[in-house]
Ligand binder design. Structure first.
Ligand code: ADP
Length: 543
């Protein structure tokens, strides 16, 4: 067979020529959405590459982005890897010193910044002295307003549009080794310091085909895809490149991430597939119930990043006829690991059990479970252990960080605990760092949370382990009631007692205003444990 490298360049060529009339739509809030065809995005990507070459990007320099999901970001996704440089998506929700640490660790040479994010990015520069160029999107006439905030000794500030206008509309895309780096992303650091993952062209190409598989999301030309999951974290689950391969349109939320705007975008742009974390779709569900809206164009709402409560899935189906697809992944996995379509031939009720699981492993992702001493456990759906994975779109190391504790005989240790069955279905019970061990038995915080969030008066619930004299550790359930609802611990304990063994029902409860979240909207157990230790939770003891 011909040894043709699998590259982002080929994804770009294919999508912007064969599907040149497909479009990337960028939400502009109350203004009409901005529309750009893939052909136009392709020409602008060539101009961007020419412009970057003009400011010294001539090798594998890291070009950062500090941007929302929009058409400009897509151009960076296409141009930067295809010119042989490395796209480094920076997480706009981290603190300035964290972003600065990450940009410096990655060695970012230039960063493209969304105009609306200039105030957030300016303080980053104090912590990232090595950035030589800052390129600001939006109207060049406003660049003057930003120059003083972004400029500095040895650092130039440019207008993105001005650079593109002055650059050549074509670019001699180089031949690229498929094993060279195309992009990098840092983990969100939910359980530790962020670690850098460098994706190769090959891994990116293979991963982009993942969502197109019919057993996954079956992305195709008829789709209009709304990635609410950010392009700055875990590659928007591969959907930007997958849409180009499938010839699907992209509908981008830009900075309009509130439920009303997302609902309106689905309705006006007849979105067929949306992807986001549970907090996003939970927010939209509450909005739809309160204010209504037409989401009937959707054929699939993909949801992952943290556990999707079965109750939410059932509610979308029953109230709006929309199917949710639960997915599991990690930054280290590019990020897709598994999706939860029920297998053929099971009963309607069993289907829900499969849909609520973390899903079946992708064909490129091998999984196994290991026990305390690293011994491999059977994948029989019963043994509980840490999930380890390996495959061609899974990182084999971290950037400039050996982290031997994260690898085991060529497998990546996911830090996720649960079961794996012979059909390749994963059922997670916890993150290793969050497990609750009560009297030698494990209690799944994920299961308790999912059940509690199925209670009609519970908006959010998160469970952490807290020290207990008798049992070593016991669960503490922190609950955010639905606005206006009155909730009692007796009611919640009775609700759980019908669904889990009695000894798993928490005795410690706290009603809180909001569950603290990480930069990508996950429950932050680290911050919860800190708040508990500082005595910030008014704990109710109920037995
Ligand atoms: P971080 O580890 O910093 O949060 P990631 O976004 O890469 O960064 O998170 C990956 C982790 O998110 C997984 O290891 C797992 O713990 C959690 N996760 C992802 N999807 C799911 C899911 N469907 N159910 C439960 N946990 C999930």
């Amino acid at each position: 067979m011909m040894d043709i490298p699998l590259t982002v360049t080929s994804i770009m060529r294919y999508g912007t020529s064969l599907f040149g009339d497909k479009e990337v739509v960028t939400c502009a809030g109350p203004e009409p959405a901005r529309r750009r065809s893939y052909a136009q995005a392709g020409v602008r990507a060539a101009r961007l590459a020419s412009a970057l070459r003009g400011i010294g990007v001539d090798g594998d320099q890291r070009v950062g982005t500090f941007m929302w999901n929009n058409a400009d970001h897509l151009e960076a996704y296409l141009a930067v890897p295809s010119m042989g440089a490395v796209l480094h998506t920076l997480n706009i929700r981290l603190s300035a010193d964290q972003v600065g640490y990450i940009a410096t660790h990655a060695g970012d040479y230039a960063v493209i910044v969304d105009e609306s994010l200039v105030p957030l990015f300016a303080p980053v520069l104090e912590h990232a002295a090595d950035i030589k160029h800052v390129i600001v999107t939006g109207d060049p006439a406003r660049l003057g307003d930003h120059e003083s905030a972004l400029g500095g000794p040895g650092r130039a500030v440019h207008s993105y549009e001005e650079l593109l206008a002055a650059a050549a509309p074509s670019f001699a895309w180089p031949a690229i080794d498929e094993r060279s780096a195309a992009a990098m992303c840092y983990t969100s650091g939910t359980t530790g310091l962020p670690k850098g993952v460098a994706y190769s062209h090959r891994s990116t190409y293979l991963h982009s085909m993942g969502p197109c598989m019919s057993n996954a999301m079956a992305l195709c030309e008829r789709d209009r895809v709304l990635p609410v999951v950010p392009m700055f974290h875990a590659n928007a689950w591969g959907l930007a490149y997958a849409a180009l391969l499938a010839g699907a349109d992209l509908v981008m939320p830009d900075k309009f991430m509130i439920p009303a705007a997302i609902t309106a975008l689905i309705e006006t742009e007849t979105v067929t597939l949306g992807a986001g974390v549970p907090t996003i779709w939970g927010g939209m569900l509450a909005h739809l119930r309160a204010a209504g809206g037409d989401i009937s164009s959707l054929r699939l709402l993909v949801c992952g990043g943290s556990a999707l409560p079965e109750s939410m899935m059932r509610a979308y189906k029953a109230e709006f006829g929309v199917t949710m697809l639960h997915a599991w992944g990690m930054t280290e996995l590019s990020p897709l690991g598994s999706v939860a379509h029920p297998p053929v031939g099971v009963t309607a009720e069993e289907e829900w059990e499969y849909r609520a699981s973390q899903g079946r492993l992708f064909c490129t992702v091998e999984g196994r479970l290991t026990g305390d001493n690293g011994a491999v456990l059977p994948s029989d759906g019963k043994a509980v252990g840490e999930l380890e994975v390996r495959g061609p779109w899974i990182t084999g190391s971290y950037y400039k960080d050996p982290a031997p504790e994260k690898f085991h005989d060529g497998w990546l240790r996911t830090g996720d605990v649960g079961t794996l069955d012979t059909g390749g279905f994963i059922r997670l019970t916890d993150r290793a760092k969050d497990v609750i061990k009560s009297g030698g038995e494990w209690i799944s915080s994920m299961e308790l949370e999912n059940l509690l969030m199925g209670h009609p008066s519970v908006a959010e619930a998160a469970v952490i382990g807290v020290p207990d004299e008798k049992w070593g550790e016991r669960p503490l359930a922190a609950v955010v009631p639905v606005e206006g609802a009155s909730l009692t611990t007796e009611e919640l304990r009775a609700f759980l007692a019908e669904r889990v063994p009695k000894w798993q029902v928490p005795e410690r409860w706290a009603f809180i205003a909001e569950v603290p979240k990480t930069s990508v909207g996950k429950f932050s157990k680290v911050r919860m444990r800190e708040a508990y230790q500082r005595g910030e939770y008014a704990v109710i003891e109920a037995r």
